[in-house]
Design a protein around this ligand. Sequence first.
Ligand code: EPZ
Length: 416
Amino acid sequence: MAKYIIKGGSKAQGEVTISGSKNAALPIIAATILNGGKTTLYNVPKIHDTEMMFEILKKIGGKVTKKENKVIIETSKINKYEIPDDLMRQMRSSVIFVGSIVGKYKKAKFSYPGGCDIGTRPIDLHLKAFEKLGINISKNYGNISCSCDRIIGENIDLEFPSVGATENAILASCLAEGKTTITNAAREPEIIDLQSFLNKMGAKIKGAGSNIIEIEGVKHLKDVSYNIMPDRIEAGTFLCMAAMTSGNIKLKKVNPSHITPIIDKLEEAGCKMTIDKNEIDIIAPKKLKAVDIKTMPYPGFPTDMQSIFATILCTAKGTSIIVENIFENRYKYVQELIRMGAKIKIESRTAVIKGVKKLYGANVKATDLRGGASMVLAAIAAKGTTTIENIEYILRGYEKFDKKIRDLGIDIKIEE
Ligand code: EPZ
């Protein structure tokens, strides 16, 4: 397992270009199945999770040609409808393929995606949405089969605004007969990107970004090329890197309107930001002020930023309260921060963070993708050297992370 070695104590200063969004790219890659033709994608982040999606596409008969962040995908020769078990286990978000496979071929098979490091991650809302569309679901020995003769548009009301369930319902109903309405839909920007992509293919979808999405089924979807939106969580991560090191970073190729809750909280903590159309320049104070955070579905404060923001509050002036309302087990990183001198108490979904003067370098582990990113920020700000193990978690979601950090003046090395 590879590890980062980071020498702490320097300010993060300079410019960073934000990559394409992991959480927009994954459903869009799955959606390329729907046109049974050719799709050209630009600004695709070269990370482990997109590579896994390409592996699955190839396993079921798709063709993938990659050139840096440009990817050409051909799905005319897809001839399998089962997501390989080992790949599903490695990346539970592969479940996003099911909506497009069953939407296009009226059948799909996959193994029950396990939980992961942040929670059990059930898919009951996905399956209920499929059943509403007339798709028969059968389960045996951990395998789930979907099949139907026709997919008929329906009204789908989500008990919870699940991002994945909203995306899977859209993918399964694009080629349905008639109209589907999703109420209590998730409002994340990645769903707006999926709608824009599918409409460019010839789908008839409206309402993404609101909690009511309407999909008019069409018979055919055409070849398309598309540019993936910037990654709003990577942008938040670099803003927090500046915040934690009293630094000054200019973010390029970012969409500020996607990260308003993060910008508001950083301003409350004492950071100054200049915001342009697709750039943000942040200047951090010597010491941050404590702030309280409650994670909520979009447009609330994103759960993916919870661990990262908690980390910068470890050395803020005062005590901060964090409530994680989305996932039941998203505090695993806290134990690692405590090893570096943080003062944090966890009571079920609430974390109480008492600001300390400094964190100190230590040997720590990445516990999950965003928990791992949090450890990187802590290491950059800490006094002394930190070793972070299990960085494969981090490489799942951050493109060229160590190079971008080095270009901000930080001493970071990768050791295989
Ligand atoms: C997406 O996961 C993101 N992943 C997650 O980002 C993100 O944290 C999450 O949305 C919330 O914003 C991708 O987009 C690939 P959900 P998803 O369905 O779709 C419960 C990262 O770091 N739920 O909105 O799995 C679920 O248990 C990742 O990039 C059900 O109960 O999230 C959770 O408590 C981590 N039944 C809540 O809803 C279901 O059928 C939110 O889950 C589905 C979800």
